[in-house]
Ligand binder design. Structure first.
Ligand code: G3P
Length: 230
């Protein structure tokens, strides 16, 4: 299973990219707004705000040189297609993120027919995932954490989508999204997700294990002791 970072924070992306484990990045409007708020950036107009969003997408793509999902904000199909084309033109690595809806499906089909990669997002059911695949989406993003939030089973949703895609030979890749903790990552890998998109904090905690820390301390202490005894 590949690992993407689910953030629009360029520092976080640079740091995790340097670890050599990053296969791509996903952003969404909430994540872009958070990154800009954290950076204390203010804008004089909506155009300037959107322009900054596209700059961030370009910067992320140039860092990771791998798929970067950027969400179209238009709500009507033709406008989504137009916005999707503009986003795709920012970099060869841009994947246009569209919400699953009638407009989203129509736009997905149009963009896919033009060769634009689409990540269909806000997927909460196997049928939505099937529709996204039929509309030519390169990726489909089931939101595990939000499914868990309403008392259903997000990992089970990923497993079901995997089975449907395998039985019917659909090559749309499954991105486990709305990942909230390291166990979601392990469970997504076991359930057959192609990719998990992981928040920075979750990825950092995947590195840690208390026994690794204790082991490293003990190795160093033994080494120091051996040096004293030379
Ligand atoms: O990958 C989708 C993600 O950004 C949404 O996560 O935690 O807001 O459900 P969350």
């Amino acid at each position: 299973m590949k690992l993407y970072l689910d953030t629009a924070n360029v520092q976080e992306i640079r740091e995790i990219h340097a670890l050599g484990v990053l296969d791509g990045v996903t952003t969404n409007p909430s994540l872009v707004a958070r990154a800009l708020r954290q950076a204390g950036e203010r804008f004089e107009s909506e155009n300037a705000f959107y322009e900054r969003f596209t700059e961030i997408v370009r910067e992320i793509a140039s860092i990771v040189q791998a798929p970067v999902s950027a969400e179209a904000l238009a709500s009507e199909a033709d406008a989504m297609v137009e916005e999707g084309r503009k986003l795709a033109a920012l970099s060869e690595h841009v994947v246009v993120k569209l919400p699953i809806s009638e407009a989203g499906l129509r736009a997905c089909r149009a963009l896919a027919d033009e060769g634009v990669a689409v990540n269909m997002t806000l997927v909460f059911s196997a049928n939505q995932a099937l529709l996204a695949a039929r509309a030519g989406a390169r990726y489909v993003s089931p939101f595990l954490g939000r499914v868990d939030d309403i008392g259903w089973d997000g990992v089970e949703l990923v497993r079901t989508i995997r089975e449907i895609f395998d039985v019917h030979d659909l090559d749309t890749e499954i991105i486990a999204a709305s990942v909230r903790h390291p166990q979601h990552v392990t469970a997504s890998a076991l359930a057959g997700a192609d990719i998990a998109t992981v928040p920075y904090g979750v990825l950092k905690s995947m590195i840690q294990h208390p026994l690794t820390k204790i082991g490293m301390e003990r190795f160093l202490a033994d080494w120091e002791k051996a040096k004293q005894e030379l």
